[in-house]
Design a protein around this ligand. Sequence first.
Ligand code: NAG
Ligand code: NAG
Length: 424
Amino acid sequence: MHNQIIIKLFLLTLLLLIQVCKSQYYIGDNRFKYFTEVFSWKQISYDFDGIKYTKDEPIQKKVGGIFFRDDVEEKDQFFKQYNNIPIGFEVYKQKVFITVPRRRYGIPSTLNVVPLVAGTSPLLKPYPNAESIDSFVSVYRPRVDSCERLWMVDTGLIEVPNNFEQKRAPQIIIYDLKTDTEILRHEIPMDVLVNGTTSGLTSINVDVLPSHCDDAYAYINDLARNGLIVFSLKQKSIWRISHKTFNYDVGATDFMVAQHTINWKDGLFSVALSDPDDTGKRTAYYHPFISTQEFSVSNKVLQDKNADFGSSYKLEGVRGAFSQSGSHDFHKGSKALFYANVAQDGVMCWNTKVPLTTQTSIVVAQSHTKLVYISDLKVIDDEVWVLVNQIPVFIYAQFNTTETNFYVHKVKVSDLIKHTVCDK
Ligand SMILES: *[C@@H]1O[C@H](CO)[C@@H](O)[C@H](O)[C@H]1NC(C)=O
Ligand SMILES: *[C@@H]1O[C@H](CO)[C@@H](O)[C@H](O)[C@H]1NC(C)=O
């Protein structure tokens, strides 16, 4: 009798302990400790075929001769180091692509590459080579598809505040990564833009099966004008979807990043695709930037320009307070989505096998110094990679150029979600 009570008490204590441990997985257990730093930079520098740009240069140096001129106007400066902010990235084998959109003067090259083993703070090299810098005006977040191609949107826009200059029409550009040659340049026509606005075309996602490389679709967000632009590679056709779920949520504005209030009105930011079934059907998960909600729609609806979007989309749920996020991406193995959660300097996750609630959408890693504004996030095999650029500091204050300002980090998915609600 006495023994039984002791056993029962013991079991109860054990249960209680398990509950306490479990709850620690939801709060307090910050997985940032598992991150590995891939690169970090105080400031961005360049290497043009051995000619190094490591401090401001008014004009481009040429092979066999260095030219100096002091009378160059600000807008004609070749390299103004402080203005070079990395915003997007991609990884292909041993290459890491780094983009520097032209949001200020003095950006010598918008599409760049560095070798993965380049050391801590590599100099960026123009992609595909130094002669091609004028082939690209401004590129945000490129993506590699499963057919070894690099896709990007060139907005064609020099986006200097109060002095926007549309250099040429925006374009979808595709490179073959096996040969580093251009495969396609397709103009994005005015009729899929709203009043010619190109500043919102900041992401591209490619929907293709490796067995049908010619039958690819690209989904491009328009965060400035709340739209989604779809491109069919096979048909060479392009159309726009507009819907209220792409709009920013006025109730989700005014959160803080790096002590600055973010009151932007950015709509649709990111589309993440689940793994396909045999027929190529996937779920496209999407959210506006200024929002705490997550929506989804079948990729078959996106691919049909006559589909009724309004009766096809689904509200997956509300991620909760301070869940405002930029890029997100899907991990096949776990079926979890990972989010660049800018409002909490962290990475959030939600496992798509369970309903989305504020309990199933959690911050798994956080750093108020090294994850301040994740500008781009990618799932690569079984790892999550992020590019951090602290851009609110650039916009509202001043970088301290003697400190590290930009990072690329990676972390294993298993380390990030083990024993959490994202691990199902
Ligand atoms: C587009 O431009 C027209 C004319 O300037 C203006 O009336 C309209 O409000 C603009 N639309 C948007 C969505 O900005
Ligand atoms: C910049 O960072 C350095 C090194 O951490 C520090 O000594 C210096 O005070 C900082 N400067 C400003 C203006 O905050």
